[in-house]
Design a protein around this ligand. Structure first.
Ligand code: NAI
Length: 267
């Protein structure tokens, strides 16, 4: 079925964002990319720095037409400095979403890419709420930078804040647009080596193993983003959908293979 929605994708120049752009475009949607660089898709591109509110405001101004779907995919890893991680991964994303949602068509959707790194948000809820309640970008980055020791912690907290804020925002915008997050485990993108640098193989390799011995392909995340953006997911709102082949849950429960391998084919 062809569609003709207007879809904005941040981070559409690379990795998961690029896969999202290709998927929506292939289904007939008009796609606009907000990124620091143009990438290799044919989508219209508006140069945007998501770490800079005036750049975000200029991009929203340039968009002009009503938008049906916003996919917040852009992000940096924990190898980046604390203020940049908080700025791009959460406060810039929040600023863009709050500017754009009032101009979105009713019945639309916002889908943001978080991470299984944000899985333990319940354990840090006071700190996460302080970030979520920060009134603006500058205050939020300053508040976070005062308490977070390094980029890795900032990455985790930025994704936790994204998951929690999305739930609040879903209530706020109920009846207008739905908002959800998608949390991938490790995905084969140009950013992945930076995750190995900042988190270490000891943290990531067990997740790859529990996922069946490989990391996700960007297209396997894009298909879930697509589902959450469309009417088939109309009763899903304010929630986080984990897309990691079951690895984080298995890790949390400490289970490697309690039932042994399942054999198929008449055995
Ligand atoms: P990527 O590096 O391939 O793509 C990220 C995109 O964001 C790039 O096009 C980059 O130019 C853009 N971007 C970065 N900073 C920006 C800024 N200041 N302004 C505008 N655009 C900016 O990375 P990947 O892996 O596709 O990551 C996409 C999202 O998925 C990120 O939010 C990341 O945290 C998340 N994620 C990635 C995982 C992985 O293993 N690759 C795992 C879990 C979550």
């Amino acid at each position: 079925m062809t569609r003709s929605r207007t879809v904005v994708v941040t981070g559409g120049a690379s990795g998961i964002g690029s896969a999202v752009v290709r998927r929506f475009a292939a289904h007939g949607d008009e796609v606009l990319v907000l990124d620091r660089k143009p990438g290799d898709t044919a989508a219209r591109y508006i140069e945007t720095d998501l770490n800079d509110c005036s750049s975000i405001d200029a991009a929203v101004e340039e968009l002009r037409q009503p938008v049906d779907v916003l996919c917040n995919v852009a992000g940096v890893s924990g190898a980046a400095p604390v203020p940049l991680v908080l700025g791009v991964n959460f406060f810039g994303l929040r600023h863009l979403t709050e500017r754009l949602v009032p101009r979105m068509n009713a019945g639309g959707a916002v889908v943001s890419v978080a991470s299984t790194a944000g899985w333990y948000w319940r354990d840090h809820l006071d700190e996460v709420r302080r970030l979520v309640r920060a009134p603006d970008f500058e205050t939020g980055v300053k508040t976070g930078a005062e308490v977070l020791a390094n980029g890795k912690d900032a990455y985790t907290r930025s994704k936790e804040a994204l998951v929690v804020w999305t739930s609040y925002a879903a209530q706020r915008y109920r009846g207008h647009v739905r908002l959800n997050t998608v949390s991938p485990g490790p995905v084969e993108t140009p950013l992945l080596p930076e995750f190995y640098d900042s988190m270490g193989h000891e943290e990531l390799d067990p997740l790859t193993e529990l996922a069946g011995g490989r990391n996700a392909r960007p297209e396997e995340i894009a298909s879930v983003v697509d589902f959450l953006a469309g009417p088939e997911s109309g009763w899903i709102n304010g929630t986080d959908v984990v897309v990691d082949a079951g690895a984080e849950m298995a890790f949390e429960l400490g289970q490697s293979s309690p039932v042994g391998p399942v054999r198929h084919g008449g055995g």
